[in-house]
Design a binder for this molecule. Structure first.
Ligand code: XMP
Length: 320
């Protein structure tokens, strides 16, 4: 019988065989996949593993601190934390084209990652949280044969440049199996059950307008209110992913007896099993009213809230 406990033992064996006494470097994003890879590798090879967390500045509220304390303090995993938020904002500049932004972020990510990898003395292996759907999706995507819908964020190209081999222990797993493996490894539910989060982060949730720190802060606040309400309603684990998008339009509103002219935001929530298709989540209207009221009252800079009812296809989950 196939169990996750057995899979874990096999994976540990396979890693030890592949790596020998080599050094492994692993990029941590704060997401489920890279967290599971890191803890699995740590269990397999201990001190031979170094993790690198490149902080783009596009993370959600409190996320960077959580990643660092989780891995450095609780797991005692060797962790390099590089705050590169200025560089990332600079790399995007005033770009508003989704692919231009994705590519700029992806390229800088690789450069910063490589710098940090060299600082720790290089490595023989690069560990990655590639999942089965990633393997499939890079071949054919829902848009049809050989059409790139979105350039995905990863450290492609780096293994050759630095002469590293890939370690990809999750290649055969779907997301729900990765979560089971995480639980098997003793990762806390708060990490294992996390919603997916794209590498380019909040930078692809501020569409159609130049990005700056002020907009990132507004979006971060709206996003955290929305997710807090989702958790309070007991809906977090039913939903595949939920987030706010800061729209490139200011609308007129009224607050007390004053006129406002502030941003509109969109809320998105979807159910899915692998991210390849998705349905929008049918919240009840009381819930949506509560979230909208809180965002408009507590988020200076937003005076209107809309709800995105597009499924995938034809929409993608992220707006960019
Ligand atoms: P889309 O928006 O293409 O997203 O329907 C499908 C799933 O992938 C996530 N996503 C990314 N994940 N790097 C990632 O690691 C990326 O560049 C990226 N872009 C999208 C998205 O959040 C959703 O879960």
């Amino acid at each position: 019988d196939w169990t996750m406990a057995a899979f874990k033992e096999q994976a540990l064996d396979a890693i030890r065989k592949q790596v020998g006494d080599g050094k492994v470097i692993c990029g941590l994003s704060g997401g489920v996949d890279s967290s599971v890879v890191a803890v699995l590798l740590h269990e397999a090879i201990g001190e031979q593993l170094t993790c690198v967390f490149v902080d783009t500045g596009f993370m959600r509220a409190g996320e960077s601190e959580q990643v660092v304390s989780m891995f450095r303090d609780n797991y005692n995993i060797q962790l390099v934390h590089r705050d590169a938020s200025d560089d990332f904002l600079g790399a995007i500049g005033d770009s508003i084209d989704p692919e231009v932004k994705r590519k700029a972020i992806g390229k800088l990510f690789i450069d910063v990652f490589e710098e940090e990898a060299k600082k720790v003395g290089g490595a023989d292996f690069l560990a990655q949280g590639t999942l089965y759907p990633d393997v499939i999706e890079s071949v054919s995507f829902t848009g049809g044969p050989s059409v790139t819908i979105k350039s995905h964020h990863n450290v492609g190209g780096l293994p050759e440049r630095m002469n590293m081999q890939l370690v990809e222990p999750l290649r055969e797993l779907f997301k729900d199996e990765v979560r089971d493996l995480g639980r098997e490894l003793g990762l806390p539910d708060s990490f294992v059950d996390r919603h997916p989060f794209p590498g380019p982060g909040l930078a692809i949730r501020i569409p159609g307008q130049p990005i700056n720190r002020e907009k990132l802060d507004i979006l971060r606040k709206a996003d955290s209110i929305y997710l807090e309400e989702i958790r309070n309603a007991g809906l977090y684990n039913t939903i595949w992913q939920a987030f706010a998008v800061l729209l490139p339009v200011k609308t007129v509103g009224v607050m007390g007896d004053a006129r406002t002219h502030d941003y509109a935001c969109a809320l998105r929530a979807v159910t899915s099993t692998d991210g390849m298709t998705a349905d929008y989540y049918h919240f009840d209207h009381d819930f949506l009213s509560r979230v909208a009221n809180r965002i408009i009252n507590e988020c200076r800079g937003i005076n209107r809230v809309t709800y995105d009812i597009t499924s995938k296809p034809p929409g993608t989950i992220e707006w960019e």
